[in-house]
Each structure stands twice: as structure tokens, then as C-alpha cells.
Design a protein around this ligand. Sequence first.
Ligand SMILES: *Cc1c(COP(=O)(O)O)cnc(C)c1O
Length: 365
Amino acid sequence: MVNQPCYPAHIASLKPYVPGKPIGELARRLGVPTNQVAKLASNENPFGFSSLVREALKSGEVDLSRYPDNDCADLTRALASHHDLPPEWIVLGAGSESVIGNAVATFLEIGRRTAYSRYSFQAYVNSAQRVGAIPIVVDSPNFVVDLTGLRAQLVQEPSLIYIANPGNPTGTCVDPHELEDFLRAVPAHIVVLLDEAYFEFMPETVRLDSLRLVRTLSNLLVTRTFSKAYGLAGLRVGYGIAQPGMADMLRRARPPFTVTEQAQVAAMAALQDRDFIQRTVASNDAVRDHLAHDLGVLGFRSLRSHTNFLLAEVGDGSAWARRLESHGLIVRPVNSYGLARWLRISIGTSADIDRLVAAMRQEVA
Ligand SMILES: *Cc1c(COP(=O)(O)O)cnc(C)c1O
């Protein structure tokens, strides 16, 4: 007799998602105030969020006793106008991770296939595994998504292809022309989820105008988020953009009330502040280049990143993460991605990064 719950094999083999360590936890362990710990582990915005968000949340219109607007009508309209698309093309979710999970629930099931690149975002991989989909993992030479390799897998008829551009944890981008050719070559019954969580950090020269392609490709779903450049990771709000037919199906498959009223109000205010995004990106680019240079001087290579983090080859990633914790610095080991020699470092303020480089210099001495 079996005296415990009997899990399906695809559930029993799930690996836990390993998030960045919380600041409070390390501060407690080191016995220091939380403001002495710098978290460079979850690609959050070191400048927080726009002051317009603070004002909007303070104005106190949110009634916590009421359910939020399930349709996110005001935010949807604001996003539609921001992107110059009809509101029917926008689907909100509690973070883009929730939109991704929603897409997985919509397009995958036990026995259906999904294709993605090696080193793909763990949240996607887990989400597809959770529904019992069969993974087709395409190798990723040079840590860039291999579009030719993915194309070769189309004959296997995956129901859903996942591409993060830029990727996490790699930070690398694919060539925009090659990506466009790829997207145009995918048959209409195979859906492509293009995850653009770091879109705001991409320079124009490497950006694909994905929303132009959504207008012509009925099988393309683009996701964006307020968690990274907009600095609202704690509120959980992101969205998908697709043609109305797909957007409607995603809306039906979505659990109700996932986006809180505060998140809706905050996201609308955040959209108004383009200066904040510009300042964020400008600082990020400068500090990231600086860090890449300093890591090079220490003898560590890092991948060319178009995001707010760097993936650096440091030898033993976990050992480095532990060493840096003793300096009050939280970075992200990536062994769960099969990258035990690498460390993912979020771009903090220039003071944070100076502190990190000083600690590393001390450790290698
Ligand atoms: C951070 C991240 C997301 C989503 O984050 P949310 O907070 O759920 O919006 C999605 N994809 C990638 C590749 C990310 O790095």
C-alpha cells in the first residue's frame, strides 16, 4: 500500500526555483543593519522606482476591501496607448512570469513539446515541466540562443517555443535580423513566446521591433515587465502582447484577480516617467561597462550583456557567492543552470559595484 501522495513523474522531478537571498536574511546572519547589505542578485533597479509611483500610491485611492479590476481596464488602455496598439492586444499578469505561466497553461499539456535554448530562464523551464510538456533543449554555443538550431527542431512540432531576448542568466541578445527571419519562418500553428523582460536596457541597434511583428504574426506573444527597469519587482505586474484572438484565449485561461489594484495604479504612474527609465538605463550602462572592465583586470571574463546584470566566469560560482556574502554582498550563483563556474551579478549603484570590486580584489589578493 502506498502511504503517501503519489506525484506524477514530471512533478516529482521538479527542481526548486532558487531566488536571490533576501537582504534581511544575510543582515541577520552577519549581525549588521539591512542598509549595509547590497543585493546584486535579482536584477532589481538599484534606484527603486519613479517618484510618480510613490505619489500615486500615497494618494490613497486604493480600497483594499475591494477586489481589483480583473480586466485592468485603465492600465490596459494606458499600455495600449503607450505601444500604439488596441487594448484588445494586451494581457496583464502578476509579473511577466505569471503571463509566461499563463501561456504555458494555454499552449502546453502532458505530451506536448516545447523548444527552448540551453540556459533558458528557470521559471519558464519549471513552468513547462509542471504541466508535463516534453522539453526540446537546443544547445547554446557562445551562450547565445542558436536560432538555426531551434529552426531545425520545428520538424518535431513543438507547440510552444520560448526565447528570452536578452536572455537570463546569459544577458546576451540575438541578432535582430536573424530573429525576425526566424519568427517569420515559424509555421502559424507553432507559438513563439518572446520574453523581453530587459527590453528597456537594449540599445536601439540590437532591438528587434517586436511589436511591429506582432501585428503580422498571429503566433507571436511578446512579454514585458515592470519588475526590471521600472523597478516594481515587489508589486508583481507584467504583460503580454499578442493579436486579439490569442490575447482573448490567454485572458480566459488566466486565474482571476492576479494583478492587485496597487500594482495597476503604480504601473500606470511608472509608464508616465520616461526620464526615470532613461536615467536608469544610462547609469546601468556606465556601471556595467565599468564592472566588465574591472572584472577583466581581476582576470575574469564576462559575457557581453544588454541587461542590468553580467554573467562572469569566476571559477567556483558558489564559493564566490559565499565569500562575497561575508562582505555583505549578495550575488547569484547559477549552478542550477549548469553554469557552476559562473556568477550572475546585478548592476547596482556605482557605489555597490565599487564595493563588490573592492571585495573581489581583496579575495583574490
Ligand atoms: C526577471 C525576468 C522575468 C520576469 O519577471 P517578473 O517579475 O515575473 O515580471 C521574465 N523573464 C526573464 C528572462 C527575467 O529575467
